[in-house]
Design a protein around this ligand. Sequence first.
Ligand code: CDP
Length: 235
Amino acid sequence: MPDTFKRKIKVAIDGPAGAGKSTVAREIARRLGCSYLDTGAMYRAVTLKLIRERVALADLERIEAILMQTGLDLENGQRVFLDGEDVTLEIRQPAVSKLVSPVAAIPAVRSRMVALQREIASRSTSIVMDGRDIASRVMPDADYSFYLDATPEERARRRQKELMGQGLELSIDEVTAGIEERDRIDSARADSPLVITPGALVIDTTEFTFKEVVALLLDVIRAESGCAPDAATSI
Ligand code: CDP
């Protein structure tokens, strides 16, 4: 039975690639009965569109025009639709992963995505969002802010396992190189880079299981919101 909060709550979960943010955020939202928004999926969908339209990333005018004509719909953490087409699986393909960080570094792309994300947050009763700039830019007024991290080796291992589950066989070296490159671009970009915001609770999840991380976040949220833990909290 999900919790019910007397007031609207906003939960921000940030961190580098492969730290487990999306799986944890989706589960937290389910358990709290909140909406969930995977902001990375939005950047991935835009990247897929630019790949399909064969747009050069230097062609900012064309990118802005395409952004205005692009329809994005996210079905509460389940499926992603690009102009009405279900692209949930396609946005996880290596070609998209390879290009998503350069695309996400383009200020016009970011301002459009941030506007959409804020609009979704304002329409939701309560929301859990995960990404890179949620606490720093999208929801600086979040009630709870978490930064999930893990060692690069563990993050690569988790991502390789996840990709394997989707039928994508990549060597650990390929996965590690991809994650390192994205972390480098995401942390170095001028427009809202990946940072640990003051006040965020930093959790190194290297030694924790998925269930332990979920329980930890739920305990913090419930303790501070005065919501009594239910039987489902225990792991
Ligand atoms: O692979 P992982 O699940 O860690 O990444 P993702 O959440 O799917 O995000 C893909 C990429 O989108 C990131 O590497 C960032 O370049 C970009 N992103 C961003 O810039 N800001 C966000 N709020 C979310 C994602």
